[in-house]
Ligand binder design. Structure first.
Ligand SMILES: [Zn+2]
Length: 443
C-alpha cells in the first residue's frame, strides 16, 4: 500500500493537537476526558472502543484490530495522564495544542500522548490495507502511569486480565537518539528496568535538653550513618543488557573506545574501563545499585533533642539483584545499631524480556534502518520505572521504544518546559509502528 507520509504527519498533528487540550494532569488525572476524545477518534475510523472507569473520572480504553489469533497479540500501550506544567515558564499554553514551526507543542506531546496518536493511525493503516493478520493488535490507553498505576495498568491486570491476552506489549522507554553515541541514530529499546525499593530509616533514642549534648542523639546518629552511606561506593556490575547496548553503540565510535566497549566481557578490559564508565551519570545508573537520600525528618523544637529521627531512601536495584542481600549490605554500611530499616515499597521482580532472535525485536532491527538509513537498534536497561515493569512481571514480552528520533538536547523537555514533538516525527513514528506491525503480524 502506498502511503503519503506527509499527509499522515499532518493528520497526526491535528489529532494530537486536540488530544493535548484534554487536561489530564495527574493528580488528579481526569483521564476520562482523554479517553472520550480517543473513543471519538476510534469510532470515526470504524473501530469499536471499550472503556472502563475504575473510579469516577479515571478511565482505561482498548480497541482491537482482529487477526486470526494464530499467534499472540500485540498491545500498543500509552498512558493518557501527564505531569503538571507551570504555564508562566512556557512560551506556549501547555494545554493549547499549538502547531507552530513544524512542531505540536504541549504537555504530553512526547510523554506520551504523541505515541497514542501514532498507535491509532498505524493501526488504522493496517486495517485499511486489509491484509490477513496472524495476531490481534490491541490499542491500550491507560490512566495513572505518572502516579502509581493503581487506576490504570495495575487495575487492568488485576480486574480485566482477560482483555489483555497478548504476547507483546509495546511501551515507552528508549528513543531514536541522534548523535548521542557518535554519528547516526541509535534506537534504544528498553527490555528491562531497574527495581525500585523505597526504604525508611528510623533511629530512636532518649529525648533530652539541647543544652546538654548526649551521645544517643537520634538526629546525630542518623546523620552520621547517612554520611557513611553517602561515601560508600557501590561496585559496578556489567549487566548483560548493558553489555549488549554498549557493544551496539560502540560501532560508530573511534578507536580505541569502540574496541574497549566491544570487549567489556574480558575481565582486564572491564577492570580498566569501568571507572571511566561509571564517571558518566547516565551510565552509572545502569552499571550499579544507586541510593538517593530523598527525605529527612526529626525534631520538634530548637532546644529539644528529639526521641526519633528518620530518613527515606530511593534505592534502584539492577535486574536480578535481590532485596535481602542488598539490605544486609546496607546495614553493614550504615553501621548504626540503633537504626531500623523499614520497607515502604518492594521492587517488582526485575525480569528481562528476551530479545536476541525474538520476532518483534528482529522486526525493529530490520525496520529501523529502512526508515532511518544507517540507524541501529540497541537494547536498553531503563533506570526509571514505567508500566512495563507490571507487564513484565505478568509474563508479557515488553519492549519500550518511543517511536521518534530525538536529538539529545530535546530530552530535557520530557517532564520539562516547552514539551513538543515535530510533525516529521509523528509521520516517522506512525510509519515505524505500522511497518513493525506489518512484519510481525503478517507472517
Ligand atoms: Zn510516560
Amino acid at each position: 500500500m502506498s502511503v503519503n507520509w506527509d499527509e499522515v504527519g499532518q493528520e497526526a498533528a491535528t489529532l494530537l493537537s486536540g488530544y493535548l487540550k484534554t487536561r489530564t494532569v495527574n493528580p488528579p488525572g481526569n483521564e476520562r476526558l482523554a479517553a472520550d476524545y480517543l473513543m471519538a477518534l476510534l469510532q470515526a475510523k470504524g473501530f469499536e472502543g471499550t472503556l472502563w472507569e475504575p473510579s469516577s473520572g479515571r478511565a482505561n480504553l482498548t480497541a482491537r484490530l482482529k487477526g486470526e489469533a494464530s499467534r499472540g497479540g500485540i498491545i500498543l500501550l500509552h498512558h493518557m495522564d501527564v505531569v503538571a506544567a507551570e504555564p508562566e515558564r512556557w512560551t506556549v499554553d501547555p494545554f493549547g495544542g499549538e502547531i507552530r514551526d513544524g512542531f505540536v507543542w504541549g504537555r504530553g506531546a512526547l510523554d506520551m500522548k504523541g505515541a497514542g496518536i501514532m498507535h491509532l493511525l498505524a493501526m488504522d493503516l493496517l486495517r485499511r490495507e486489509g491484509l490477513p493478520l496472524s495476531r490481534d493488535v490491541i490499542l491500550l490507553a491507560v490512566s495513572d502511569e505518572e502516579v502509581d498505576s493503581s487506576q490504570g495498568t495495575s487495575w487492568l491486570l488485576r480486574e480485566k486480565s482477560e482483555i489483555l491476552q497478548a504476547e507483546y506489549v509495546w511501551d515507552e522507554g528508549g528513543f531514536g537518539l541522534d548523535g548521542m553515541f557518535g554519528p547516526g541514530v541509535v534506537f534504544t529499546v528498553a527490555v528491562a528496568e531497574k527495581g525500585c525499593l523505597w526504604l525508611r530509616l528510623v533511629v530512636e533514642g532518649e529525648p533530652g535538653h539541647g543544652g546538654v549534648p548526649q551521645a544517643g542523639n537520634p538526629v546525630e546518629l542518623l546523620v552520621a550513618a547517612l554520611e557513611r552511606l553517602r561515601r560508600h561506593r557501590w561496585p559496578p556490575i556489567l549487566h548483560p543488557v548493558v553489555r549488549d547496548m554498549l557493544q551496539q553503540v560502540s560501532t560508530t565510535m573511534p578507536a580505541p573506545k569502540n574496541w574497549l566497549l566491544r570487549n567489556l566481557d574480558r575481565q582486564p578490559v572491564w577492570h580498566m574501563a569501568r571507572g571511566a564508565l561509571v564517571g558518566q551519570p547516565a551510565l552509572k545508573a545502569m552499571l550499579q545499585t544507586t541510593v538517593s537520600i530523598t527525605g529527612l525528618k526529626g525534631g520538634v523544637k530548637e532546644n529539644v533533642i528529639p526521641e526519633r529521627a528518620e530518613a527515606t531512601l530511593d534505592v534502584r536495584l539492577l535486574p536480578g539483584q535481590e532485596e535481602e542481600p542488598f539490605l544486609a549490605e546496607l546495614k553493614r554500611v550504615l553501621r548504626e545499631p540503633c537504626l531500623r530499616i523499614g520497607v515502604i515499597q518492594h521492587p517488582a521482580p526485575g525480569t528481562v524480556t528476551p530479545y536476541a532472535g525474538d520476532a518483534m525485536y528482529e522486526a525493529l532491527r530490520s525496520v529501523c534502518p529502512r526508515i532511518v538509513p544507517g540507524s541501529r537498534v540497541a537494547p536498553l536497561l531503563t533506570v526509571g520505572t514505567t508500566d512495563s515493569s507490571h507487564f513484565r512481571a505478568h509474563g508479557f514480552k515488553t519492549y519500550g521504544l518511543y517511536p521518534a528520533v530525538i536529538p539529545p538536547e530535546e530530552l530535557g523537555r520530557f517532564h520539562g518546559i516547552d514539551e513538543r514533538i515535530s510533525v516529521a516525527n509523528l509521520a516517522l513514528g506512525t510509519r515505524l509502528v505500522y511497518e513493525v506491525l506489518r512484519q510481525v503480524c503478517t507472517r
